[in-house]
Design a protein around this ligand. Structure first.
Ligand SMILES: Nc1nc2c(ncn2[C@@H]2O[C@H](COP(=O)(O)OP(=O)(O)OP(=O)(O)O)[C@@H](O)[C@H]2O)c(=O)[nH]1
Ligand SMILES: [Mg+2]
Length: 591
């Protein structure tokens, strides 16, 4: 039977509350498959594989339970093998306590005394199998580990009633009591490998807590792969049998096994055996038991992943978030900004900016400054100090760029911790831990990256602006004029006092010129001072603008460092979390 797929009006398209994304993907798989439930199952198994992949790289004390991951891997392996092996066969096991009549029923169904039954307990030590339609069953029997001498076939002489059972692989198991006595591995394995579990219960022990808690309860939700037969009914009066069945039904319902079929049989008289045969026939004809069984296992397993996905209600919330009902947590912008700020502080951005500004101003003084002032500086031996200051400033700048910010490591650490805490807020502990890990994954690279960020933003050298040179020429000219004036005055004084030359030009002998010349000199020097002051203001403003610009560039480069070294790994982890939830939703969403 092929179910119609995702067309308006079909049950699938109309189903409310199932993820649309899952629908679409499931639909595309369904469209290419003959097995409706199988296709859905394969998508769910793929999701389980992704859950394993996500979970296994996040183990450890705070991480995913190794047991859950291991069980998931075992389930995948088992499902893969079962689906790869004959899909034409349905594996049904007869399980239950010793003496309940498993072997007797097996023989009645098989129509021959294949598996010895008896009064000595326990009788059946090895599983026996009977196959209706042997073709292709060999590998399946190998997989189940049934010994050749315990394999029987009903391939010939199938009458009409038997033909309906073609494809059945019925297994008579050892009792589950010896399971509890320690010989458990084989029965547990076979119960896990079965597509349909038929629990053979006797009137005395049908409420056996061991069977219920160990085998039945974990299958709640997929009770279609479970049937129970109350055997030895010939030992009960009809009323007693009715009462026992009602009681068993109540028990199964309380365990969530509403769909588990219950029949009443007697292997001795054959009463009820046709009902049991019908349960088997229905299952075989449907050919979905294998798929349903694995689906039940995926259900049980997926629930164990839920604690790693946060609130169950969130996982199932389909009305919020994006189209697929998934919410991808993000790093709060305020935390990202705080991180950039902290990295800027750690890298000393404002210090670098100020140093650059000072270096510029100090350098400009040589060109734009008032020559008299720096002459005075030089004479007062202040100049070397300034030069030295300039050199060290530039070295400091380059030093910062080379990444010498080790002293600020704690500030970086604190900022990263804050980002990780904010980004992981409200997430399950395993993801909080992994977000923290992701945030720290590239911490070692940060100091170097900060240095590089600063280096790339800084000008290559403490260069000289062309206009500084023009001003320097102008200042030189003014200084020259002032010097000429001083020389002139000196000349007049010399000529006047020593009458050095009677023929001296009036320009050199006219004492009356001195005040004028002094005035010119003063004016020129004043002009130089004003020029220096004016242009130094311009230099200061330009240096300030450059500082702002460079700081902005440094901030941008450092924001990039924050993004690459901290935020990107965190965002990657958050999207892994979202992916985990999406995969879990698929794993849990049976069609
Ligand atoms: N009265 C009655 N006795 C039954 C019935 N089914 C089985 N017995 C008897 O119960 C005893 C045990 O039957 P088995 O079929 O060997 O039981 P089993 O569940 O296979 O037991 P183990 O192999 O030990 O796990 C045998 O003596 C059977 O004859 C039944 O429906 N009615
Ligand atoms: Mg037996």
């Amino acid at each position: 039977m092929v179910m119609e797929v995702d067309t308006p009006g079909t049950e699938l398209a109309g189903q409310a509350g199932v993820r649309r994304g899952a629908h679409r993907r499931a639909a595309s798989v369904l469209a290419s498959s003959n097995y409706t439930a199988g296709a859905s199952l394969s998508e769910r198994l793929t999701a389980v594989a992704r859950l394993i992949q996500i979970g296994s790289s996040r183990g450890g004390a705070d991480g995913f339970s190794a047991e859950v991951i291991g069980d998931a891997e075992a389930l995948l392996a088992r499902a893969g093998e079962r689906l790869r092996l004959s899909s034409h066969h349905t594996i049904a096991v007869l399980a239950g306590g010793t003496g309940s009549g498993k072997s007797s029923l097996f023989n009645v169904l098989a129509g021959a005394q294949f598996s010895p039954a008896g009064a000595l307990r326990p009788v059946t030590r090895d599983p026996h199998a009977c196959v209706w339609g042997m073709e292709g069953a060999g590998p399946l029997l190998d997989w189940l580990g049934i010994e050749s001498r315990h394999r029987y076939a009903r391939s010939s002489a199938l009458d009409d009633g038997e033909r309906a059972l073609t494809g059945l692989l019925l297994v008579d198991l050892p009792d589950h009591d010896s399971v509890l006595a320690g010989d458990s591995a084989e029965v547990s394995r076979l119960v896990a490998q079965a597509d349909l579990m038929v629990w053979v219960l006797d009137p005395q022990k049908y409420a056996d807590a061991a069977v219920h808690s160990r085998f039945l309860v974990p299958m709640a939700g997929h009770s279609s792969v479970i049937a129970a037969t109350l055997n030895q009914a010939d030992l009960l009066t009809p009323e007693q049998a009715e009462e026992a069945v009602a009681d068993l039904r109540r028990l199964l319902d309380a365990e969530g096994l509403h769909d588990a079929r219950v029949v009443v049989t007697s292997a001795t008289t054959g009463a009820g055996v046709p009902d049991l045969r019908k349960v088997l026939t229905d299952t075989v004809i449907e050919r979905r038991a294998a798929v349903q069984r694995i689906g039940a296992d995926v259900d049980a397993l997926a629930v164990r992943f839920v604690p790693y996905a946060g609130e169950v209600s969130d996982v199932l919330a389909r009305d919020s978030g994006d189209e697929d009902g998934q919410v991808t947590p993000t790093v709060p912008p305020a935390s990202a900004e705080a991180l950039t700020e902290a990295l800027c502080r750690a890298a000393g951005v404002s210090g670098v900016g100020k140093a650059l500004q000072s270096a510029r101003e100090l350098k400009a003084v040589d060109y734009v400054g008032w020559p008299v002032a720096w002459l005075a500086d030089r004479m007062l031996r202040r100049d070397p100090v300034r030069k030295l200051r300039l050199a060290t400033l530039w070295e400091e700048l380059r030093g910062t760029a080379a990444g010498s910010i080790g002293a600020q490591q704690s500030e970086i650490d604190n900022a990263i911790t804050m980002v990780a805490d904010e980004a992981g807020r409200g997430l399950p502990p395993v993801w909080q831990a992994s977000v923290r890990g992701a945030a720290r994954s590239r911490t070692d690279e940060i100091p170097g990256a900060l240095g590089a960020a600063i280096a790339q933003s800084l000008p290559a050298e403490n260069s000289v602006a062309p206009w500084w040179r023009a001003v320097a020429a102008w200042q030189g000219l003014l200084l020259g004029v002032a010097a000429v004036c001083v020389a002139w005055v000196l000349a007049i004084v010399v000529v006047g006092v020593f009458h050095a030359s009677a023929h001296a030009s009036s320009l050199l002998s006219d004492v009356g010129l001195i005040p004028w010349v002094v005035l010119i000199a003063a004016a020129v020097l004043l002009l130089g001072w004003l020029t220096a002051n004016g242009y130094m203001t311009v230099v200061a403003r330009e240096a300030d603008q450059e500082r702002e610009l460079v700081e902005e560039q440094m901030r941008a480069a450092i924001a990039d460092v924050a993004q690459q070294k901290v935020l990107a790994p965190v965002e990657q982890e958050l999207s892994e979390f979202a992916r985990f939830r999406a995969e879990l939703t698929v794993a849990r969403a049976a069609i």
